[in-house]
Write a protein that binds this ligand. Structure first.
Ligand code: KG4
Ligand code: ZN
Length: 334
Protein backbone atom coordinates (compact mmCIF):
# COMPACT_ATOMS: atom_id res chain seq x y z
CA UNK A 1 0.00 0.00 0.00
CA UNK A 2 1.33 3.41 -1.01
CA UNK A 3 0.54 6.25 1.37
CA UNK A 4 1.25 9.93 0.78
CA UNK A 5 1.90 11.71 4.09
CA UNK A 6 1.59 15.45 4.66
CA UNK A 7 3.01 17.34 7.64
CA UNK A 8 2.63 21.04 8.49
CA UNK A 9 2.27 21.20 12.28
CA UNK A 10 4.93 23.83 12.93
CA UNK A 11 7.72 25.23 10.75
CA UNK A 12 8.43 22.36 8.38
CA UNK A 13 6.36 21.75 5.26
CA UNK A 14 6.80 18.08 4.45
CA UNK A 15 5.47 15.34 2.19
CA UNK A 16 6.55 11.72 1.82
CA UNK A 17 5.51 8.48 0.17
CA UNK A 18 5.88 5.30 2.22
CA UNK A 19 5.10 1.75 1.16
CA UNK A 20 3.46 -0.68 3.62
CA UNK A 21 4.32 1.40 6.69
CA UNK A 22 8.06 0.73 6.37
CA UNK A 23 9.74 1.53 3.07
CA UNK A 24 10.37 5.23 2.50
CA UNK A 25 10.18 6.04 -1.21
CA UNK A 26 10.54 9.80 -0.71
CA UNK A 27 10.80 12.14 2.26
CA UNK A 28 10.79 15.83 1.36
CA UNK A 29 11.16 18.41 4.14
CA UNK A 30 11.14 22.13 3.48
CA UNK A 31 12.34 23.80 6.67
CA UNK A 32 11.44 27.39 7.49
CA UNK A 33 13.94 27.56 10.36
CA UNK A 34 16.09 30.20 8.61
CA UNK A 35 13.16 32.59 8.35
CA UNK A 36 12.13 32.18 11.99
CA UNK A 37 15.75 32.36 13.22
CA UNK A 38 15.67 36.14 12.81
CA UNK A 39 12.94 36.30 15.50
CA UNK A 40 14.36 33.69 17.87
CA UNK A 41 11.28 31.46 17.53
CA UNK A 42 8.43 30.46 15.25
CA UNK A 43 6.08 33.29 14.19
CA UNK A 44 2.78 31.49 13.44
CA UNK A 45 1.48 33.90 10.77
CA UNK A 46 4.76 33.75 8.84
CA UNK A 47 4.79 29.96 9.15
CA UNK A 48 1.29 29.76 7.63
CA UNK A 49 2.24 31.90 4.65
CA UNK A 50 5.32 29.80 3.97
CA UNK A 51 3.31 26.56 4.26
CA UNK A 52 0.85 27.94 1.74
CA UNK A 53 3.64 28.68 -0.77
CA UNK A 54 5.48 25.42 -0.17
CA UNK A 55 2.80 22.77 0.22
CA UNK A 56 2.07 22.01 -3.45
CA UNK A 57 5.72 22.05 -4.66
CA UNK A 58 6.68 19.84 -1.70
CA UNK A 59 3.95 17.29 -2.54
CA UNK A 60 4.99 17.37 -6.21
CA UNK A 61 8.62 16.80 -5.24
CA UNK A 62 7.66 13.83 -3.02
CA UNK A 63 5.89 12.24 -6.01
CA UNK A 64 8.81 12.97 -8.35
CA UNK A 65 11.45 11.58 -5.99
CA UNK A 66 9.44 8.40 -5.48
CA UNK A 67 8.58 8.20 -9.21
CA UNK A 68 4.97 7.66 -8.19
CA UNK A 69 2.20 9.73 -9.83
CA UNK A 70 -0.49 11.07 -7.50
CA UNK A 71 -3.08 8.77 -9.09
CA UNK A 72 -1.09 5.69 -8.01
CA UNK A 73 -1.28 6.63 -4.30
CA UNK A 74 -3.65 4.38 -2.32
CA UNK A 75 -4.27 6.62 0.69
CA UNK A 76 -3.51 10.11 1.93
CA UNK A 77 -2.42 10.78 5.51
CA UNK A 78 -2.10 14.12 7.23
CA UNK A 79 -0.92 15.33 10.65
CA UNK A 80 -4.10 16.57 12.32
CA UNK A 81 -2.32 17.93 15.42
CA UNK A 82 -1.09 18.94 17.86
CA UNK A 83 0.47 22.02 16.32
CA UNK A 84 -0.11 25.62 15.28
CA UNK A 85 -3.73 25.86 14.23
CA UNK A 86 -3.18 27.90 11.04
CA UNK A 87 -0.23 25.77 9.99
CA UNK A 88 -2.21 22.56 10.53
CA UNK A 89 -5.12 23.83 8.45
CA UNK A 90 -2.89 24.27 5.40
CA UNK A 91 -1.70 20.66 5.44
CA UNK A 92 -5.19 19.39 6.25
CA UNK A 93 -6.86 21.34 3.47
CA UNK A 94 -4.25 20.22 0.94
CA UNK A 95 -4.82 16.60 2.04
CA UNK A 96 -8.61 16.96 1.92
CA UNK A 97 -8.50 18.52 -1.54
CA UNK A 98 -6.33 15.69 -2.86
CA UNK A 99 -8.44 13.01 -1.19
CA UNK A 100 -11.62 14.55 -2.60
CA UNK A 101 -10.41 15.06 -6.15
CA UNK A 102 -8.51 11.77 -6.42
CA UNK A 103 -11.21 9.76 -4.56
CA UNK A 104 -8.71 8.41 -2.02
CA UNK A 105 -9.30 7.58 1.66
CA UNK A 106 -7.97 10.16 4.13
CA UNK A 107 -6.25 9.22 7.39
CA UNK A 108 -5.69 11.77 10.17
CA UNK A 109 -2.53 11.21 12.20
CA UNK A 110 -1.46 12.32 15.68
CA UNK A 111 1.90 14.02 15.09
CA UNK A 112 3.28 12.95 18.47
CA UNK A 113 2.31 9.32 18.00
CA UNK A 114 4.08 9.50 14.63
CA UNK A 115 7.27 10.73 16.35
CA UNK A 116 7.21 7.55 18.47
CA UNK A 117 6.45 5.36 15.49
CA UNK A 118 9.50 6.83 13.68
CA UNK A 119 11.71 4.85 16.08
CA UNK A 120 9.67 1.65 15.71
CA UNK A 121 8.83 1.49 12.02
CA UNK A 122 12.03 -0.13 10.82
CA UNK A 123 12.47 -2.58 13.71
CA UNK A 124 12.16 -6.24 12.79
CA UNK A 125 10.67 -7.17 16.14
CA UNK A 126 9.46 -5.17 19.11
CA UNK A 127 8.84 -6.65 22.54
CA UNK A 128 6.00 -4.76 24.15
CA UNK A 129 5.32 -3.21 26.58
CA UNK A 130 7.76 -0.38 26.00
CA UNK A 131 8.23 2.89 27.78
CA UNK A 132 7.76 5.82 25.38
CA UNK A 133 9.54 9.12 25.92
CA UNK A 134 8.48 12.08 23.78
CA UNK A 135 10.90 14.99 23.88
CA UNK A 136 9.94 17.63 21.34
CA UNK A 137 9.57 21.37 21.03
CA UNK A 138 5.96 21.19 22.19
CA UNK A 139 5.76 18.04 24.32
CA UNK A 140 7.51 16.11 27.04
CA UNK A 141 5.58 12.95 27.82
CA UNK A 142 6.09 9.48 29.24
CA UNK A 143 3.84 6.75 27.90
CA UNK A 144 3.28 3.07 28.35
CA UNK A 145 3.30 1.59 24.86
CA UNK A 146 1.55 -1.77 24.70
CA UNK A 147 1.45 -1.99 20.93
CA UNK A 148 1.14 0.33 17.96
CA UNK A 149 -1.86 2.51 18.75
CA UNK A 150 -2.08 1.27 22.37
CA UNK A 151 -0.79 3.91 24.74
CA UNK A 152 -1.41 5.22 28.23
CA UNK A 153 -0.02 8.54 29.28
CA UNK A 154 1.80 8.28 32.62
CA UNK A 155 3.43 11.69 32.79
CA UNK A 156 3.83 14.99 30.98
CA UNK A 157 5.19 18.47 31.46
CA UNK A 158 3.08 20.88 33.44
CA UNK A 159 4.77 23.92 31.87
CA UNK A 160 7.52 24.15 29.21
CA UNK A 161 8.37 21.25 26.93
CA UNK A 162 12.02 20.24 27.08
CA UNK A 163 12.73 21.43 23.50
CA UNK A 164 11.09 24.76 24.31
CA UNK A 165 13.35 25.06 27.39
CA UNK A 166 16.39 24.39 25.16
CA UNK A 167 15.19 27.05 22.71
CA UNK A 168 14.58 29.61 25.48
CA UNK A 169 17.92 28.94 27.17
CA UNK A 170 19.59 29.33 23.76
CA UNK A 171 17.89 32.69 23.34
CA UNK A 172 19.08 33.80 26.79
CA UNK A 173 22.61 32.85 25.73
CA UNK A 174 22.18 34.80 22.44
CA UNK A 175 22.31 31.61 20.38
CA UNK A 176 20.23 31.24 17.18
CA UNK A 177 16.94 29.33 16.78
CA UNK A 178 16.44 26.36 16.89
CA UNK A 179 18.39 26.39 20.10
CA UNK A 180 18.74 22.71 21.03
CA UNK A 181 21.65 21.87 18.70
CA UNK A 182 23.37 25.19 19.59
CA UNK A 183 23.16 24.51 23.32
CA UNK A 184 24.49 21.01 22.73
CA UNK A 185 27.45 22.44 20.78
CA UNK A 186 28.27 25.08 23.41
CA UNK A 187 27.95 22.52 26.20
CA UNK A 188 30.75 20.41 24.72
CA UNK A 189 33.40 22.68 26.21
CA UNK A 190 31.50 23.42 29.42
CA UNK A 191 31.53 21.87 32.88
CA UNK A 192 28.16 20.14 33.46
CA UNK A 193 28.64 20.35 37.21
CA UNK A 194 29.57 24.05 37.34
CA UNK A 195 26.00 25.04 38.28
CA UNK A 196 23.77 22.95 40.56
CA UNK A 197 20.74 23.19 38.23
CA UNK A 198 18.00 20.57 38.43
CA UNK A 199 14.71 19.73 36.72
CA UNK A 200 11.44 20.19 38.60
CA UNK A 201 9.25 17.61 40.31
CA UNK A 202 5.50 17.78 40.62
CA UNK A 203 4.08 16.88 44.02
CA UNK A 204 2.11 13.64 43.97
CA UNK A 205 2.76 13.07 40.23
CA UNK A 206 6.10 11.31 40.07
CA UNK A 207 6.24 11.05 36.27
CA UNK A 208 5.32 14.65 35.46
CA UNK A 209 7.94 17.15 34.34
CA UNK A 210 8.49 20.86 34.99
CA UNK A 211 11.20 22.86 33.27
CA UNK A 212 10.18 26.45 34.07
CA UNK A 213 12.13 26.54 37.37
CA UNK A 214 15.23 25.22 35.62
CA UNK A 215 14.86 27.94 32.98
CA UNK A 216 14.61 30.63 35.67
CA UNK A 217 17.69 29.21 37.44
CA UNK A 218 19.56 29.52 34.12
CA UNK A 219 18.41 33.14 33.76
CA UNK A 220 19.69 33.95 37.26
CA UNK A 221 22.93 32.14 36.42
CA UNK A 222 23.38 34.29 33.31
CA UNK A 223 22.66 37.48 35.23
CA UNK A 224 24.98 36.42 38.02
CA UNK A 225 22.12 36.53 40.54
CA UNK A 226 23.35 33.32 42.15
CA UNK A 227 26.54 31.98 43.65
CA UNK A 228 28.47 33.88 40.95
CA UNK A 229 27.53 37.04 42.82
CA UNK A 230 27.35 39.32 39.77
CA UNK A 231 30.70 38.30 38.23
CA UNK A 232 30.90 39.05 34.47
CA UNK A 233 29.61 36.38 32.07
CA UNK A 234 32.65 35.01 30.24
CA UNK A 235 32.58 32.72 27.20
CA UNK A 236 33.64 29.83 29.44
CA UNK A 237 30.79 30.57 31.87
CA UNK A 238 28.34 30.49 28.95
CA UNK A 239 29.62 27.02 28.06
CA UNK A 240 29.35 25.96 31.72
CA UNK A 241 25.75 27.23 31.89
CA UNK A 242 24.81 25.38 28.67
CA UNK A 243 26.46 22.18 29.92
CA UNK A 244 24.89 22.41 33.38
CA UNK A 245 21.43 23.12 31.95
CA UNK A 246 21.69 20.23 29.51
CA UNK A 247 22.97 17.89 32.24
CA UNK A 248 20.08 18.88 34.55
CA UNK A 249 17.42 18.45 31.86
CA UNK A 250 18.75 15.02 30.87
CA UNK A 251 19.26 13.92 34.51
CA UNK A 252 15.57 14.58 34.99
CA UNK A 253 14.58 12.49 31.94
CA UNK A 254 16.84 9.64 33.08
CA UNK A 255 15.52 9.67 36.66
CA UNK A 256 11.91 9.58 35.54
CA UNK A 257 12.56 6.84 32.96
CA UNK A 258 14.32 4.81 35.66
CA UNK A 259 11.37 5.22 38.05
CA UNK A 260 8.93 4.26 35.30
CA UNK A 261 10.96 1.17 34.39
CA UNK A 262 11.00 0.20 38.09
CA UNK A 263 7.24 0.57 38.36
CA UNK A 264 6.09 -0.86 35.02
CA UNK A 265 7.54 -4.00 33.50
CA UNK A 266 8.72 -2.39 30.24
CA UNK A 267 11.06 -4.23 27.92
CA UNK A 268 12.71 -1.21 26.37
CA UNK A 269 12.44 2.53 25.81
CA UNK A 270 11.33 4.15 22.58
CA UNK A 271 12.22 7.80 21.94
CA UNK A 272 10.55 10.42 19.78
CA UNK A 273 10.74 14.15 19.07
CA UNK A 274 13.44 16.61 18.05
CA UNK A 275 15.43 16.48 21.30
CA UNK A 276 15.98 12.75 20.64
CA UNK A 277 18.33 14.03 17.95
CA UNK A 278 20.78 15.05 20.67
CA UNK A 279 23.89 12.85 20.60
CA UNK A 280 24.50 13.82 24.23
CA UNK A 281 21.06 12.52 25.24
CA UNK A 282 21.64 9.28 23.33
CA UNK A 283 25.02 8.76 24.98
CA UNK A 284 23.66 9.45 28.46
CA UNK A 285 20.71 7.11 27.97
CA UNK A 286 23.00 4.33 26.72
CA UNK A 287 25.24 4.82 29.77
CA UNK A 288 22.28 4.84 32.17
CA UNK A 289 20.31 1.94 30.64
CA UNK A 290 23.03 -0.36 29.38
CA UNK A 291 20.93 -3.52 29.61
CA UNK A 292 17.65 -2.07 28.30
CA UNK A 293 16.91 -2.05 24.54
CA UNK A 294 16.68 1.58 23.38
CA UNK A 295 14.91 2.51 20.14
CA UNK A 296 15.82 5.83 18.50
CA UNK A 297 14.43 7.42 15.35
CA UNK A 298 16.92 7.35 12.46
CA UNK A 299 18.49 10.75 11.69
CA UNK A 300 16.17 11.62 8.78
CA UNK A 301 13.10 10.86 10.92
CA UNK A 302 14.11 12.62 14.17
CA UNK A 303 12.89 16.11 13.35
CA UNK A 304 9.47 16.90 11.88
CA UNK A 305 8.90 14.93 8.67
CA UNK A 306 6.05 13.38 6.71
CA UNK A 307 7.51 9.87 6.33
CA UNK A 308 6.55 9.13 9.95
CA UNK A 309 3.00 10.36 9.16
CA UNK A 310 2.65 8.19 6.05
CA UNK A 311 4.20 5.17 7.80
CA UNK A 312 1.95 5.28 10.87
CA UNK A 313 -1.12 5.71 8.67
CA UNK A 314 -0.59 2.15 7.40
CA UNK A 315 -1.87 0.98 10.82
CA UNK A 316 -4.87 3.35 10.98
CA UNK A 317 -8.33 3.52 9.48
CA UNK A 318 -9.49 6.30 7.18
CA UNK A 319 -11.94 8.88 8.53
CA UNK A 320 -14.70 10.92 7.01
CA UNK A 321 -13.22 13.69 4.91
CA UNK A 322 -15.84 16.18 6.02
CA UNK A 323 -15.40 15.45 9.73
CA UNK A 324 -11.63 15.91 9.82
CA UNK A 325 -10.51 19.08 11.59
CA UNK A 326 -7.26 20.29 13.11
CA UNK A 327 -6.73 19.70 16.83
CA UNK A 328 -4.23 21.66 18.87
CA UNK A 329 -4.42 19.09 21.70
CA UNK A 330 -4.48 15.33 21.61
CA UNK A 331 -5.92 12.69 23.87
CA UNK A 332 -3.85 9.60 24.67
CA UNK A 333 -5.29 6.23 25.55
CA UNK A 334 -5.66 2.91 23.82
O1 KG4 B 1 9.96 17.31 17.20
P1 KG4 B 1 10.45 18.63 16.70
O2 KG4 B 1 11.21 18.66 15.39
O3 KG4 B 1 9.29 19.64 16.57
C1 KG4 B 1 8.19 19.59 17.43
O4 KG4 B 1 7.28 18.77 17.16
O5 KG4 B 1 8.24 20.32 18.43
O6 KG4 B 1 11.37 19.22 17.87
C2 KG4 B 1 12.01 20.46 17.76
C3 KG4 B 1 12.75 20.71 19.06
C4 KG4 B 1 13.31 22.13 19.16
O7 KG4 B 1 12.92 22.66 20.40
C5 KG4 B 1 14.81 21.93 19.06
O8 KG4 B 1 15.57 22.91 19.76
C6 KG4 B 1 14.97 20.55 19.69
O9 KG4 B 1 13.89 19.81 19.17
N1 KG4 B 1 16.25 19.91 19.33
C7 KG4 B 1 17.23 19.65 20.21
C8 KG4 B 1 18.31 19.12 19.46
N2 KG4 B 1 17.94 19.07 18.15
C9 KG4 B 1 16.66 19.56 18.09
N3 KG4 B 1 17.29 19.82 21.55
C10 KG4 B 1 18.43 19.47 22.17
N4 KG4 B 1 19.52 18.99 21.53
C11 KG4 B 1 19.52 18.80 20.19
N5 KG4 B 1 20.59 18.34 19.55
ZN1 ZN C 1 7.39 17.24 16.06
Amino acid sequence: MLILGIESTCDETAAAIVEDGKTILSNVVFSQADMHAAYGGVIPELACRRHLDAIIPVIQKACEEASIPLEAIDRIAVAKGPGLIGALLIGINAAKSLAYTLHKPLIPINHIEAHLYAAMMQQEKLNFPLLGLIVSGGHTSLLLVEGIGKYSLIGQTIDDAIGEAFDKVAKMLSLPYPGGPEVEKLARTGNPLAFPFKGGNVKGREFDFSFSGLKTAVLYGIRGQNERGGAPLTEQLKCDIAASFQRAAFDDLINKCQKALDKYACRGIVFGGGVANSQTLRKRMVESFSTTPLYWPPAQLSLDNAAMIAALAYHKDPEDLYELTASTRIAWGS
